[in-house]
Design a protein around this ligand. Structure first.
Ligand code: FAD
Length: 348
C-alpha cells in the first residue's frame, strides 16, 4: 500500500509536523526508532530541565500541563509528548528504524528493520541526537581514561573523586559541569571565551529573538545574527555552580597523554572526559537519495532542493531559525504541512 506521507521521527519536530498535516486533512504514517514516546528527551541526562517555562515549551494545540517547577524536567517533557500523541491519535509505528530510502517512479521506498514502506511524500525529522560530535585532538587515541558524550551522560555518580575534563561551552557543558563539579575535581575546556546570558533572561527571550528574526526574514529584511543564541542560559544549577566559583575555563587543549591533558602552560591529570561538543545531523538513513553533504545546500528552509516531495524538519538553523527547539520548530512544521498539501494537490 502506498502512503500519502511518511514522517521519519516522532520527536517534537515529527509530532508538530503531523499535527499540522492532520489540520490539512492528511494523516501521515510516522516511523520512529524509539521503543516509546519522547524523542531525544528519553536519552537526556537525569537532571536536565528545559530553559523555557512550559508555556514556551509546548507544541501547537495543547499546552504542557502545569509542572511542579517553573522549568519542566526531562520527565515532564517526555510525558507531555506521550499525552500529545494520544490527544491527536497519530498513526505511529515503533520501534521501526529506517535504514535507507530510495526513489523510484516518483515514489519513496523506505527500507526499515521491519520491512519496506512506500510513500508519495517523505518528511525526515530524525533530529541531531543520533549524530554526536567529538572533535579530534592530538594524542586522544593514547588517552586511557573514561570518555562519554553528553548524549550518554546520565548523572554524576560515575565521576566521584575523579579528575574530570568537561569539553564544550554550551548549555550542555555548563549544566553537566555544574553537576559533576559537586563530586569531582573538574576542568572546563572551551574553544571560545565563556559568555552567559543575563540572569533574568531565559528561553523566552531566545524564542522572542528568533521570532523577530523569522518575521524579518519573511519580510525580506537582512537579519543581524545574534550571538545571544550561543550564550549560556543561567538556569538555577549553573547559578549555584557560579556561587561555588567553578565556572572558570582552562586554557585551550593542546594534546592528550595517557591520563593527562596538556595546555600551553600546564599538564593536567585527567581520569575522564565528558564531551559536551554537540551534534551533527546524521542523514545516513537517506543515503540512497544521494543528497549533498553540504547541509546548507540541501533545503530551502525545510523543502529539499533536490526532491519536490521531500522535506527535512527540525535540524536547526539550516532548516529554519531555532528549528531544533520545541517552540522554534512549529512555524516550520506548519509551513511544511502547507507545502505538502499543495504538493499533493498538484499545486507545487
Ligand atoms: P529528536 O527529539 O531527536 O527526535 C527524533 C526522533 O527520530 C527520535 O525519536 C528517534 O528515535 C527518531 N529517529 C532517528 N533516526 C531514525 C531512523 N533512522 N529511523 C526511525 N526513527 C529515527 N529545546 C528546547 O526547546 N528547549 C530546551 O530547553 C532544550 N534543551 C536541550 C538540551 C539538550 C541537552 C539537548 C541535546 C537539546 C535541547 N533542546 C532543547 C533541543 C531539542 O529539544 C532537541 O534537540 C529535540 O529533541 C529535537 O527534536 P527533534 O524532534 O528534532 O529530534
Amino acid at each position: 500500500m502506498t502512503e500519502q506521507v511518511i514522517i521519519i521521527g516522532a520527536g517534537q519536530a515529527g509530532l508538530s509536523t503531523a499535527y499540522y498535516l492532520q489540520r490539512q486533512g492528511i494523516t501521515p504514517l510516522i516511523l520512529d526508532a524509539n521503543q516509546s514516546y519522547g524523542g531525544a528527551w528519553l536519552n537526556a541526562w537525569d537532571s536536565l530541565k528545559l530553559f523555557s517555562p512550559r508555556q514556551y515549551s509546548s507544541l501547537s494545540g495543547y499546552t504542557m500541563p502545569s509542572t511542579s517547577e517553573e522549568y519542566p524536567t526531562k520527565t515532564d517533557v517526555i510525558n507531555y509528548f506521550g499525552q500529545y500523541e494520544q490527544r491527536y491519535n497519530f498513526n505511529i509505528k515503533r520501534p521501526v528504524t529506517v535504514l535507507n530510502v530510495e526513489q523510484h517512479d516518483n515514489l519513496f521506498i523506505v527500507k526499515t528493520n521491519m520491512g519496506e514502506f512506500t510513500t508519495k511524500v517523505l518528511i525526515s525529522a530524525t533530529g541531531n541526537f543520533s549524530g554526536p560530535f567529538i572533535p579530534n585532538f592530538e594524542g586522544i587515541n593514547d588517552f586511557k581514561g573514561m570518555q562519554v558524550h553528553s548524549s550518554e551522560y546520565a548523572n554524576n555518580s560515575a565521576f566521584a573523586s575523579l579528575n574530570v575534563a568537561v569539553v564544550g561551552s554550551g548549555n550542555s557543558g555548563s549544566q553537566i559541569l555544574a553537576e559533576v563539579s559537586k563530586v569531582a575535581n573538574t576542568h572546563w575546556f572551551t574553544n571560545r571565551p565563556l559568555e552567559f546570558l543575563d540572569d533574568e533572561l531565559d528561553g523566552r527571550y531566545l524564542f522572542e529573538l528568533s521570532t523577530k528574526q523569522y518575521q524579518a526574514s519573511l519580510q525580506g529584511k537582512t537579519v543581524e545574527p545574534s550571538d545571544d543564541f550561543s550564550k549560556i542560559v543561567m538556569v538555577d544549577a549553573v547559578k549555584e555552580a557560579r556561587e561555588r566559583d567553578v565556572l572558570t575555563r582552562e586554557e585551550n587543549i593542546v594534546s592528550f597523554g595517557k591520563n593527562t591533558i596538556k595546555t600551553a602552560n600546564k599538564t593536567i591529570p585527567i581520569d575522564a572526559v565528558i564531551w559536551c561538543t554537540g551534534f551533527k545531523a546524521n542523514l545516513a538513513h537517506l543515503a540512497g537519495l544521494n543528497l549533498s553533504t553540504d547541509l546548507s545546500a540541501l533545503t530551502k528552509q525545510t523543502h529539499s532542493v533536490d526532491y519536490a516531495s521531500l522535506w527535512l524538519v527540525g535540524y536547526g538553523e539550516w532548516t529554519g531559525f531555532a528549528s531544533a527547539t520545541i517552540l522554534g520548530v512549529q512555524k516550520y512544521a506548519k509551513q511544511t504541512a502547507t507545502q505538502v498539501h499543495q504538493y499533493l494537490q498538484g499545486a507545487i
